[in-house]
Design a binder for this molecule. Structure first.
Ligand SMILES: NC(=O)c1ccc[n+]([C@@H]2O[C@H](COP(=O)([O-])OP(=O)(O)OC[C@H]3O[C@@H](n4cnc5c(N)ncnc54)[C@H](OP(=O)(O)O)[C@@H]3O)[C@@H](O)[C@H]2O)c1
Length: 325
């Protein structure tokens, strides 16, 4: 579901790269994609219009067509016998739906009743980096600021950054269409809508989803989410307070051995993770690991990952791989 979108096209690339065993592939999107064909493993497949009858003889649904489509259509998919891995926010906080990052809580996959939720992109990369530290020293509090790429908001927003950049460089007036303000050569400290408490929905997703995935509602999370003029890969400044003391060297050692994490941390040689480097890669990259000297047990770090891959399509496919094991 959502095969023609930013996440959908990445699904197809990763399924092909990882040789996911597929007998019967059905590509679903909206009326707008009627007549389109998409290539997979050298063969062209027609895009079909998503309906309640789309799921006959389908074992696994990878859903990335937005929350309202997931709410409307996934119950039909479950009824037809499929297990759905849902990229939208529709079911993430539902008590009956596991919210899974395979490096953190893979054991939850087997508790599914037909739907498994894939977390928000900024939450996935943060918990991949923090889980090994939480196991070693128990994280009490997280303060995170995100620098999120435009691809996190879909294909139309990617196009808008291209278009606005050309207009800006031609010294013409930039008129935003998709974003609330110009995004080219600017930052927007708003992702999703504002809630009554002054936080955005994206920021509160990071609080709730982190606690659910890490299985610890006592972890305090404070998030500020910012959209930046980068095409692919989200970056995050992450500060943590732990119960037990842990040194930057210990964190580096733990993360060097952690599944799905690569440490790039050699400031003397100007070596740290950056979005331009993480784009197209599978791992979560961590650097700038240092002691927070303002509190007793504190660590600050910089976390970067490709939001369309680990933040969406790859995480969902890793879940699907475990489902068929
Ligand atoms: N981008 C990310 O980093 C990211 C990360 C995590 C989760 N997600 C989630 O994944 C979902 C898709 O995101 P995206 O970035 O891929 O968005 P996108 O590029 O805008 O793609 C949206 C997809 O949904 C399809 N769609 C929209 N309305 C539909 C309808 N009424 N019926 C059937 N299909 C419909 C579109 O089909 P048409 O082409 O026919 O319009 C397209 O394939 C969203 O729920 C998003 O929150 C995205």
């Amino acid at each position: 579901m959502g095969a023609t979108g930013a996440v959908g096209s990445c699904f197809l690339n990763i399924l092909e790269e990882r040789k996911f065993p597929i007998k019967n592939l059905r590509l679903l999107a909206s009326e707008r994609s009627k007549g389109k064909k998409l290539k997979f493993a050298g063969k062209a497949y027609p895009v079909e219009i998503l309906t309640h009858d789309s799921f006959k003889d389908i074992d696994i649904v990878l859903a990335s067509a937005g929350a309202s489509r997931s709410l409307e259509f996934l119950p039909s998919a479950v009824k037809a016998g499929a297990v759905c891995v849902d990229n939208s926010s529709a079911f993430r906080m539902d008590k009956n739906v596991p919210l899974v990052v395979p490096e953190v809580n893979p054991e939850k996959i087997k508790e599914n009743k037909g739907i498994i939720a894939n977390p928000n992109c900024s939450t996935i990369q943060m918990v991949v980096a923090l889980w090994p530290i939480h196991k070693a020293a128990r994280i009490k509090r997280i303060v995170v600021t995100t620098f999120q790429a435009v691809s996190g908001a879909g294909q139309k927003k990617i196009n808008e950054l291209w278009d606005q950049s050309r207009v800006f460089l031609a010294k013409k007036k930039v008129t935003p269409v998709e974003f609330p303000h110009p995004i080219a050569f600017n930052l927007i400290p708003q992702i999703d809508v504002f809630l009554e408490n002054g936080y955005t929905k994206e920021e509160i997703k990071m609080v709730n989803e982190t606690q659910k995935i890490m299985g610890d509602a006592s972890i305090q999370v404070n998030a500020t989410c910012v959209r930046v003029p980068v095409f692919y890969a989200h970056s995050e400044s992450v500060n943590i307070e732990t119960e037990k003391p842990i040194s930057p060297d210990e964190v580096r050692k733990l993360l060097s051995k952690a599944e799905g994490v690569t440490v790039i941390d050699d400031p003397e040689n100007k070596s740290y993770p950056m979005p331009i480097f993480a784009e197209g890669k599978d791992d979560t990259f961590v650097g700038r690991i240092r002691k927070d000297e303002s509190i007793k047990n504190g660590i600050s770090m910089w976390v970067v990952s490709d939001n369309i891959r680990k933040g969406a399509a790859l995480n969902a496919i890793q879940i699907a791989e475990r489902l068929i094991k």
